[in-house]
Design a protein around this ligand. Sequence first.
Ligand SMILES: [Zn+2]
Length: 144
Amino acid sequence: MSSLINFLSRFSTATIQRSLSYAKHIDRETIEFFEESGDVTMYAQIEGTDYYDTAITYNPKKDRLIDDDCTCPVRYNCKHAAALARLFFQEYRQEFQQRSAESQSPRSIAKRQQGYDQAQRWLHDFKRQLEQTDPEHLPKQTLI
Ligand SMILES: [Zn+2]
């Protein structure tokens, strides 16, 4: 069982200190999770000098952060990512640990997101098929 300090080890002590005051600037409404190759990416908007898009990537098997990314001038390992990592550790990590242990539960949020993407692709293909078949089919149908 890793501690919060271990979990945040990729960030400097100063950054972790500064991240404390940023926890309340995380816009909870924008939080999203994406799952890819067993890794979990958490995304949120954080209000700083500007609004920043911040993401952290967590590997449930290794139980540690493997990547982070931010649109602020620091770009990575910044106080925004540290604040997001802290929130993830406190409120979501355990859930993703369990989910990983249950080996790919179909209830996962990420799976629903994948389903949505697939529906979008089908819709796109369907529209394209319509565009392709329309000119040929219309005259035939009018003949029948
Ligand atoms: Zn940042």
